[in-house]
Design a binder for this molecule. Structure first.
Ligand code: JHZ
Length: 436
């Protein structure tokens, strides 16, 4: 069996888990195939923890099956690169040390580390990712900058077993939601943060309130084990000896949270004998990290926002589930009506999940264009739709382009500005099905 069932809340351990969404059985979104074929399907159900309000999938697929060879490349999107630049700049403002050690967990193709290198604070950068293909690419891409600082890429899962050096900054974007043992994951972050400096981690993940607001049920798939609100995440960090001191809402991936957290306790060295210049009696003095990283107003504001929204009760989620069913019906009927005239853009995991949730295949969507070389020439899992390079647009000239990566709609529209000029239109399914 390559998956296991979830029985307890992965944050608070509660057994009080209530199902609010069932999307049937679908294949793994990123398991692209080299020729049309039948593939294994796994259930997609979402459970709500009535104690800490975490939403989580009812199963956990073996991460080795999901990530050993991973076709998703962060650097394909200019919007994501800009996002990483802004993030690196914000981090450098909080810790302005010129020489710092940065660990990027789930570094993918090295997109974020590259921005750190370019915005300063470069000394020793370590990228860790379980995908062999991505680590090999990152190694070859960044070889030429090794002489300006030390850049390591390591192929492994970040877990409680990981051995990493201490770092001033640890980043983890779009990975916490993918992890089953979230306690072990954050315990290792805690262990790897420096004890005596302004050290912190920055964790970014899609925000459940944005998912509910934009009906983004297509972002619910096997890679995403948890759907986070701020409150359960704050509890999780607290359980691991850390404290969130700042949180931002950011636009990326349809709406995410960026949380900054540090150890609750730090240490400074206090010299007891200044006269001799010797340090035999130096003491490590423990102090509260609020002295150097005080809590920002954003932390309390975020808790207030969630409380007012009503997301700590299941009622909101049951309403969401009804909206999801309507979108599935509307999208399938629109595409069935226009089927010979459409081409998809972006073989995103969310797009391929949407196709499967609507039981569609290549008779509905004849092809999907994607600029990731690793995806081109392959077929989508379950729906068997061919994935083509950008040139396919010029060959087919579709009447409608379905934006399967609606989170990057602006960038995709910019790249296909010829389409509306020649009378073409776009279709999106999220937040509701529409032609624009
Ligand atoms: P995109 C990924 O999900 C994977 P996906 C992952 N599971 C995760 O957590 C979320 O992100 C947050 C292509 N594209 O980013 C590239 C173009 O071809 O929405 C991608 O294949 N041209 C880790 O897969 C896809 O579209 C372009 O101009 O749902 C976008 O996928 C652009 C902008 C994208 O994420």
């Amino acid at each position: 069996m390559d998956y296991k069932k979830v029985k307890l809340c992965r944050i608070c351990g509660s057994k009080r888990l209530r199902k609010y969404l069932d999307l049937g059985k679908v294949p793994l979104a990123n398991s692209l195939v080299t020729r049309p074929q039948e593939v294994k399907k796994y259930p997609i159900q979402v459970l709500f923890c009535e104690d800490c309000s975490l939403s989580q999938l009812s199963i956990v697929v073996d991460p080795k099956v999901l990530y050993t060879n991973y076709p998703y490349h962060s650097s394909v999107s200019e919007t994501f690169k800009e996002h990483c630049r802004e993030m690196a700049e914000e981090i450098n403002l909080i810790n302005s040390d010129k020489l710092k050690t940065v660990i990027d967990i789930a570094c993918n193709d090295g997109c974020l580390l590259n921005e750190f290198r370019e915005t300063g604070g470069f000394f020793w950068h370590i990228g860790i990712d379980p995908s062999q293909n991505l680590i090999s690419e990152a190694k070859s891409k960044f070889q030429e900058v090794n002489n300006k600082g030390h850049l390591d890429f390591r192929c492994e899962f970040w877990s409680k077993e990981v051995k990493a050096p201490r770092a001033q900054v640890i980043t983890a974007t779009n990975v916490l939601a993918h992890v089953d043992d979230v306690r072990g994951f954050l315990d290792s972050v805690y262990e790897s943060l420096c004890l005596n400096k302004k050290s912190f981690c920055v964790v970014e993940f899609p925000y459940l309130i944005d998912l509910l607001d934009s009906n983004a049920f297509d972002t619910i798939y096997h890679e995403h084990l948890s759907y986070f609100l701020f409150k359960p995440v704050q509890k999780l960090f607290d359980m691991c000896g850390m404290r969130i001191f700042k949180v931002n809402r950011v636009k990326i991936h349809g709406g995410s949270l960026r949380v900054y957290a540090c150890r609750k306790k730090l240490f400074r060295i206090e010299s007891t004998d200044n006269s001799t210049g010797k340090n035999y009696n130096d003491k490590m003095i423990e102090y509260d990290s609020t002295e150097i990283l005080p809590e920002d107003k954003s932390v309390k504001d975020m808790l207030k926002l969630e409380k007012n929204y009503g997301v700590y009760k299941i009622k909101e989620y049951l309403k969401f589930s009804k909206r999801v069913n309507k979108i599935r019906k509307d999208f399938k009927s629109l595409i069935s009506r226009l089927k010979n005239k459409v081409i998809g853009y972006g073989a995103s995991a969310k797009g391929l999940s949407l196709i499967n949730y609507c039981n569609m295949d290549a008779t509905h969507i004849p092809a999907i264009v994607d600029e990731t070389p690793a995806k081109q020439g392959k077929f989508t899992a379950g729906s068997n739709i061919p994935i083509m390079g950008y040139d396919h647009f010029t060959v087919t000239k579709p009447d409608y382009i379905v934006l399967f990566a609606w989170n990057f709609a602006e960038e995709m529209k910019r790249k296909t500005s010829w389409h509306p000029k020649s009378g073409g239109e776009y279709i999106v399914a999220i937040p509701e099905v529409r032609i624009e």
